[in-house]
Design a protein around this ligand. Structure first.
Ligand SMILES: Cc1cc2nc3c(=O)[nH]c(=O)nc-3n(C[C@H](O)[C@H](O)[C@H](O)COP(=O)(O)OP(=O)(O)OC[C@H]3O[C@@H](n4cnc5c(N)ncnc54)[C@H](O)[C@@H]3O)c2cc1C
Length: 343
């Protein structure tokens, strides 16, 4: 992903784009029902805080702050705003842990599945013994919405191993060390945790407790995650993710609840289906939480939006462009199908 985004940045810069980092947008400027630009926060690293758009404004930020903070109630219908407030963040909040070790991790004998020696240490999913354990985890995280109280032997998680990556893409750049992770575990969404948003993050004692919990659950599968081998644990709770990356509301990998009513072709509200903001001209959405299809389909949201920008005469792509086979042109607009013109 990291390499992929470098490639995209280089491509956009080569094509004349300007990227301003550390320039949070505080407000989307709207005049007479049209988005005309953005105002940056006072501490943005760019002197001039107001930037006018000569074509359009695209919000690639999470749907909730986009509507609740950057646009605000003065430009929106109260009923529509309520539906944005009602979108649920429940589920999908991940506690991430990385383990820096001296030796490569080794499976306990019962988890080996080949006769190869040394046995590869691959992506791991645990624990899949029975449905009772699954329901126990679910009842706690999604039902009661409380910190995990299942024993580490019954906690459910996945782990990306160091050996997943090609030797040319080492995850650890310190010679002689290995980094395995993330070990990702679904935990309650901090905003809904009944013991408060800081229920997993109230201080160093908490951090130590969860580090140890993650190590214990990993040691159910791995035989050498002991003090001699382990150098450091790096943790990242959902609440920390919210602060590190303002896009990650709820510390959730897909931004909003992953249920039929907020997911895929329902995502997240029908009136936003074509990425335009109702009643505000020149304002488009491009965040995984605001548009079909959503989380993990990383380029799809941008690609779909491109069709709409073409329809509205904002983008005029070159020969490289081709439309999606599922694209249905909108009557009265410029078709995104090359050569078709206005339909
Ligand atoms: C723990 C975790 C693990 C994941 N694992 C994977 C994986 O293995 N594979 C995979 O494909 N996907 C994974 N995902 C999902 C993937 O990261 C998301 O689907 C993707 O990042 C969404 O992209 P986006 O551009 O829609 O939004 P974001 O990545 O959320 O980007 C929004 C951007 O807007 C910026 N922003 C927010 N507010 C403002 C503002 N006011 N002004 C200016 N900028 C602002 C944010 O800083 C952020 O850079 C994971 C997500 C999480 C949380």
């Amino acid at each position: 992903m990291h390499g992929y985004y470098h490639a995209i940045f280089r491509c956009t810069i080569a094509n004349g784009a300007t990227i301003r980092t550390c320039c949070p947008v505080e407000e989307i400027l709207i005049e007479h029902g049209r988005a005309v630009g953005v105002r940056l926060r006072d501490d943005a690293t760019w002197g001039n805080k107001t930037i006018y758009a000569n074509k359009a404004v695209i919000s690639a930020a999470h749907i909730k702050p986009t509507f609740l903070k950057l646009i605000g109630p003065k430009h929106l219908d109260a009923g529509f705003l309520q539906r944005i407030k009602n979108l649920s963040l429940k589920g999908g909040s991940l506690y991430m842990t990385h383990f820096l070790t001296k030796e490569e991790l080794r499976y306990r004998p019962q988890f080996k599945w080949t006769n190869e020696e040394p046995h590869p240490f691959a992506v791991t999913f645990y624990c899949m013994e029975n449905m009772e354990i699954y329901w126990k985890n679910l009842e706690c995280v999604l039902g009661r919405q409380q910190n995990l109280d299942v024993p580490p032997e019954e906690a459910m998680w996945g782990l990306v191993s160091a050996q997943t990556y090609a030797p040319t893409m080492p995850q650890c750049t310190r010679e002689g060390y290995h980094i395995n992770g993330p070990l990702f575990m679904m935990v309650p969404t901090p905003e809904y945790n009944i013991d408060g948003t800081l229920a997993m993050d109230s201080g160093s004692e908490d951090t130590k407790k969860w580090d140890e919990y993650m190590r214990k659950t990993l040691s159910c599968v791995v035989e050498n995650i002991d003090d001699d081998n382990l150098v450091q644990i790096f943790h990242d709770s959902p609440w920390e993710q919210v602060f590190r990356n303002t896009g990650m509301l709820g510390g959730s990998w897909y931004g909003t609840r992953c249920d039929r009513d907020e997911w895929w072709n329902e995502r997240p509200l029908q009136e936003l289906a074509r990425y335009r903001v109702p009643d505000i001209e020149g304002l488009y959405l491009c965040h995984q939480s605001a548009a079909h299809p959503g989380g993990l389909c990383l380029m799809a949201v941008g690609y779909n939006l491109m069709h709409i920008l073409i329809e509205d005469g904002i983008a005029e792509p070159g020969d490289w462009w081709y439309e999606s086979p599922w694209y249905i042109p909108e009557e009265g607009k410029i078709s995104a199908k090359p050569g078709q013109g206005k339909v």
